[in-house]
Design a protein around this ligand. Structure first.
Ligand code: FES
Length: 106
């Protein structure tokens, strides 16, 4: 089963082949942004693939459309559209990164 390491959580999870990163994360109790319900319309599920990009398939047409609109570099993928293969991944979930960068209220 493919493993996905999520940098922000310093946690490695297992995801079924063919599941999206978002589906796999949620199956492991990890929730991150998916405002449009996983329909490739909002970009809140954005992940940066740090290792394993070559193992992923090409963006599907819906992801490709939004990626072009957002002018995303290839390593940025939509968690709701990106299916994992057998190869391990290391990724950064941008909504989790932003949450950690928020200053604490004093
Ligand atoms: S959940 Fe909206 S683009 Fe992925």
């Amino acid at each position: 089963m493919p493993s996905v390491k999520i940098i922000e959580l310093d946690r490695e999870i297992e995801i079924l082949p063919g599941q999206t990163i978002l589906q796999g994360a949620m199956a492991n109790g990890i929730t991150f942004g998916f405002v449009c319900g996983g329909n490739a319309a909002c970009g809140t599920c954005l992940v940066k693939i740090v290792e394993g990009l070559d193992s992923l398939g090409a963006r599907n047409p819906k992801e490709d459309f939004l990626a072009k609109a957002m002018m995303l570099e290839p390593e940025y993928r939509l968690g709701c559209q990106t299916e994992v293969s057998e190869a391990p991944l290391v990724c950064s979930i941008l909504s989790l990164s932003r949450a950690r960068e928020r200053p604490a209220r004093g």
